[in-house]
Design a binder for this molecule. Structure first.
Ligand SMILES: O=P(O)(O)O[C@H]1O[C@H](CO)[C@@H](O)[C@H]1O
Ligand SMILES: O=c1cc[nH]c(=O)[nH]1
Length: 244
């Protein structure tokens, strides 16, 4: 049974977007874009899950998985939303690792719906990196230790995965019909909308992050999963994320 944290005597009052108190959130947080997927994971994969946030319905829960404390919280859609929530988790809640678990649209010819992709890097058309005033192009990358642990966990579970570059885009409905083709031609496996901001926040704070994706549709072949399947059928990806 999920319980809302209430009447806790704490000094720390949370952020404008997260009502959790320090200590309510585990060192490792799984972040799907959809807060209802966070609820689904808490209800189906975690033990003794407690809800720590309902602000804006961006549900967050802390429970245990095989005896280890883990949290799961929605990030919302797009880099500004992921930017806010992951920034606060790293800076205000002492979170060390965030694993984004999301859906992605396939680009590559050998990618199909339900495939699992691990993002070694997240290319982006977002302006998010400009805040760092680097004077160059920052390459948002996964934490190597988490990446290799995810690949190992997938091998042990006999789950095939593809590891490579994804595109984190600001635009879901591109009006430029050649947009996806240009990224595909650069070897990008799939597209999603948050991973680059997560990798940049992790880099900025010296923390760790990884993006794992289930392909929900394919931009070139037209294959796709229903909205309900997108919410509930990502077991392989979750098992890899929970294993690391
Ligand atoms: O399934 P999630 O994690 O929300 O991820 C993908 O789905 C949303 C678009 O439909 C974007 O958030 C994109 O990144
Ligand atoms: O961001 C996303 C997610 C799934 N499918 C897409 O085409 N884009």
């Amino acid at each position: 049974m999920l319980k809302l944290l209430q009447n806790r005597r704490v000094a720390y009052m949370g952020t404008p977007h997260n009502s959790a108190s320090k200590g309510d959130i585990a060192k490792t947080v799984l972040m799907p874009g959809d807060p209802l997927r966070a609820k689904f994971i808490a209800e189906h994969f975690l033990e003794d899950a407690v809800c720590f946030n309902r602000v804006r319905n961006m549900f967050g829960y802390t429970g245990t998985y095989k005896g280890k404390e883990v949290s799961v919280m929605g990030s919302g859609m797009g880099m500004p939303s992921m930017g806010i929530y992951s920034y606060e988790l790293f800076s205000e809640y002492d979170v060390d690792r965030i694993i984004r678990i999301g859906s992605a649209g396939g680009y590559a010819d050998d990618v199909h719906v339900r495939d699992v992709i691990i993002a070694m890097a997240a290319s982006t058309d977002s302006n998010y990196a400009s805040q760092y005033r680097l004077g160059g192009t920052f390459a948002p990358t996964a934490d190597y230790g988490m990446l290799s642990a995810a690949v190992e966990a997938a091998q042990q579970k006999n789950i095939p995965v593809k590891v490579g570059n994804v595109l984190s885009t600001d635009v879901f409905y591109h009006v430029d019909s050649e947009y996806a083709t240009r990224w595909k031609n650069m070897g990008v496996l799939a597209t999603e909308m948050e991973c680059a901001a997560l990798y940049m926040n992790a880099a900025y704070f010296g923390k760790k992050a990884l993006g794992i994706f289930t392909v929900s549709d394919h931009l070139f072949t037209g294959e796709e999963l229903s909205a309900e399947e997108r919410e509930t059928t990502f077991t392989d990806m979750m098992e890899i994320a929970l294993a690391i």
